[in-house]
Design a protein around this ligand. Structure first.
Ligand code: SF4
Length: 331
């Protein structure tokens, strides 16, 4: 049983069916009390200053043995070479330089069913499993995904879940916190609490689009200002609330790897369904996805505030001021 690091959402059912443990390196990085030091560790190793903080964190989490011993270590990494991040190729190369085995996985840009199926089969061969085992795991995970979708529904429809909890439970579906049974229990416990929780009485309903924030206090800050995030776009995609028995189709419906226009359709539908007042578009410093901001602004018919984060930590004063002004404008 190996501990397999992942740099973004991949077909986690395959890792589990092969008897391995998935570990989302992003979640390890951003929840570490030493997240800022991890970024510095990568810069000390020679990562350029003008490279995204997430990439530096992903590097340091795996390569620094003193740090990763705290969470059980990483044996190999599945790196998504197409459909995630333009920096992943070089990240893989620096992993290899440090003696870490990497396994490539590519989402076909045009969502081609056969090519995606082939990629999944290659991953199954590499990790040592088959379709029957993968589909068994899928059925088990679908039960958990259904419950996480209920947390999402309680957020926007019953108004009993905070934006932060909505974010945390959905983003955790990339690796099910490396322990599906424990995660499922935690979800059950949370659902029981949320069912009896009082309704939020916030004035403003926001959507959050873009990669997950490197800021640690964004959701809490918005709530202190009377605005709650009731839609977390990419995190919801990680949780895959799609009703399909076909696992290849499941990973085709997942919008994040296939370009911005598929994402926009999903965002437009949710803006309407969730009755959003405005959108916060988070972009990461030095991320190529910042370019997509101009497309999102042109296509989405709702007020948008674009905010940028660089290193892990609290929201800086300038961004707080911009958020305050945006919320004031929405009122
Ligand atoms: S924020 Fe952008 S540059 Fe950074 S890891 Fe994600 S996709 Fe890559």
């Amino acid at each position: 049983m190996a501990r397999i690091g992942i740099t973004t959402t991949v077909p986690v059912e395959i890792i589990l069916a092969a008897g391995h443990i998935p570990v989302d390196l992003n979640n390890i990085f951003i929840t570490s009390p030493e997240a800022s030091r991890l970024v510095e560790t990568a810069e000390d190793a020679g990562y350029p200053r003008n490279i995204c903080g997430w990439i530096k964190g992903l590097y340091a989490v795996v390569v620094n043995k003193n740090i990763n011993a705290n969470f059980g270590g990483i044996d190999k990494v599945i790196a998504v070479t197409q459909g995630d991040c333009s920096n992943t190729h070089a990240l893989m190369e620096t992993y290899e330089l440090a003696g870490i085995e990497t396994i490539p996985f590519a989402y076909p840009f045009d969502r081609d069913y056969d090519l995606l199926k082939l990629q999944m089969e290659k991953l199954m061969d590499t990790l040592g499993t088959n379709w029957e085992a993968v589909n068994n795991v899928k059925r088990r995970l679908d039960q958990v995904r259904l419950k996480v979708a209920e947390i999402d529904r309680l957020t926007w429809q019953e108004n009993t879940v905070s934006g932060l909890h909505n974010h945390l439970y959905q983003v955790s579906c990339s690796d099910f916190n490396s322990d599906v049974a424990a995660f499922a229990q935690d979800v059950d416990r949370f659902l029981a609490e949320a069912d009896n929780a009082p309704e939020y009485a916030d004035e403003l309903r926001l959507g959050y689009i873009g990669v997950p924030p490197i800021f640690t206090d964004l959701y809490a800050y918005l709530e202190t200002m009377g605005a709650r995030v009731v839609y977390n776009e990419v995190q919801r995609q990680f949780a895959m609330p799609f009703a399909t028995d076909d696992i290849v189709e499941q990973y085709r419906l997942y919008t994040y790897p296939y370009g911005v226009f598929g994402r926009i359709k999903d965002i437009q539908a949710e803006i309407e369904r969730r009755n959003l007042d405005g959108i916060i578009h988070y972009v990461q410093s030095f991320c190529f996805r910042q370019i997509e901001d101009l497309i999102l602004r042109e296509k989405l018919d709702v007020p948008i505030l674009t905010i940028e984060g660089d290193k892990p930590g609290k929201i800086d004063a300038r961004t707080r001021l911009r958020i305050d002004g945006f919320l004031e404008m929405l009122r």
